[in-house]
Design a binder for this molecule. Structure first.
Ligand SMILES: NC(=O)c1ccc[n+]([C@@H]2O[C@H](COP(=O)([O-])OP(=O)(O)OC[C@H]3O[C@@H](n4cnc5c(N)ncnc54)[C@H](O)[C@@H]3O)[C@@H](O)[C@H]2O)c1
Ligand SMILES: [Zn+2]
Length: 367
């Protein structure tokens, strides 16, 4: 029987070509299937997916809806649209939703699954690097509220996750880099050997410092997913240890929120990279004898991320940090990078973050 919180949050994704993966939703014997496809996928991809899904028609009713991907998929209006589609397609608790798209679409469809009829099962086929490495895994679903990132959400895991790295072939270079931010985060948190491998040879297309990043190998992707699964397994509801996954996100989310009203916007990964660089600077400011955090800055630099501290309005940023879920009054649980394989969770007064934001004191690491 299904649990009341969706599927297993530590469900291992299956890897393979989408044509081979796709029958997986049928294993759950739904009475009907409603697939939401990210409109960022190419026409060719969408047509092939639709044709494949329609092959199941004799066995069950299949509906395929192409919906806007990107952050807009996490708006309340997009949620309302999906709920209306669920109503019109007769989705009930024995039906299955399928999200095929980026992290935002997976978050949004996951939240639709969590809330429609108080929870219907769903499966995810993440199609961006960031979604394969992070967003599609672990069962957190969310919507944004105006400028605030993810204040509305539910823990509602997909029944199954399929990863076909060939989706990355159509991903714009900027989105690929964005995904590398979460890859680097995961390696720093839980796979020091992988981090060191990238330190020695940055994942740029040429193997040296470069603007273009390569797609990860399947092994790299699997190792990063493993880091997240291990953490989620220990703390599925983020009551404590899972918060290490927020490395770079305290400031990253605040930057995203601030920029949603001020163009131009950064991608999620770009904002998290600035947040991780800030976290590294803050770690060195707290303990100047530990230079390891500078290694995180250096790898982000080598991958072409912007690592300079934000120069925008510090007060506005900190007031957004204050409204973060991880904030308790004037202190925030801050994920502090200590060394590869180690992140400490430290209750940090906002005033201390302000000091680091203000000071340009921490030297930029030499290449
Ligand atoms: N639930 C979680 O645990 C978790 C973890 C990390 C991030 N997130 C969320 O994930 C979101 C970011 O996800 P993202 O980086 O995937 O961005 P995204 O979903 O916004 O996708 C980026 C762009 O790529 C397009 N796209 C999707 N697949 C494509 C493909 N194969 N080829 C070409 N274009 C494609 C999308 O339409 C969109 O325009 C944020 O909202 C973030 O909060 C959630
Ligand atoms: Zn993230």
């Amino acid at each position: 029987m299904r649990s009341l919180s969706g599927g297993d949050p530590a469900e291992r994704p299956r890897f393979g070509p989408v044509e081979e993966l796709l029958p997986f939703p049928l294993e759950f014997e739904p009475n009907r299937l409603l697939a939401f496809l990210d409109d960022g996928l190419s026409d060719r991809r969408r047509a092939a997916l639709t044709a494949r899904l329609r092959e199941w028609e004799p066995r069950l009713p299949v509906a395929v809806e192409i919906v806007p991907g990107g952050e807009v998929a996490k708006s309340i209006d997009a949620w309302r649209q999906r709920a209306l589609i669920c109503r019109d397609r007769g989705i009930d608790r024995r039906s299955l939703l399928l999200a095929i798209g980026g992290g935002a679409l997976c978050d949004g469809v996951g939240f639709t699954a969590a809330t429609w009829h108080r929870g219907v099962p769903w499966c995810a086929l993440p199609t961006t690097l960031l979604a394969m490495a992070d967003a599609g895994i672990g069962g957190k679903t969310a919507l944004d509220l105006e400028a605030l990132k993810n204040p509305i959400g539910a823990f509602w895991s997909p029944e199954a996750i399929g990863i076909d790295p060939s989706f990355l072939e159509s991903l714009p270079a900027r989105e690929l880099r964005s995904g590398w931010a979460e890859m680097i985060k995961a390696a720093w948190i839980g796979d020091a050997a992988l981090f060191e491998q990238w330190e020695a040879t940055p994942p740029s297309a040429s193997g040296s410092v470069s603007d273009l990043l390569r797609a990860p190998t399947r092994e790299e992707l699997e190792r990063v997913v493993e880091v997240k699964l291990k953490i989620v397994e220990c703390d599925p509801r983020e009551s404590g240890p899972r918060r290490v996954l927020n490395l770079g996100h305290t400031l990253g989310h605040a930057i995203e929120a601030l920029e949603s009203v001020e163009a131009p916007r950064r991608t999620h990964g770009e904002a998290v990279a600035v947040g991780m660089a800030f976290a590294a600077r803050h770690a060195v400011a707290r303990d100047p004898s530990n230079r390891h955090p500078l290694r995180l800055l250096r790898l982000l630099d080598a991958c072409g991320f912007e690592t300079a501290g934000p120069t925008t309005d510090f007060d506005a940023l900190l007031s957004l940090v204050r409204s973060d879920k991880k904030c308790d009054g004037d202190a925030v649980t801050f994920a502090l990078p200590v060394e590869p394989g180690r992140v400490d969770l430290v209750s940090t007064p906002l005033s201390a973050l302000r000091d680091t934001l203000r000071s340009g004191a921490v030297p930029h690491p030499p290449r």
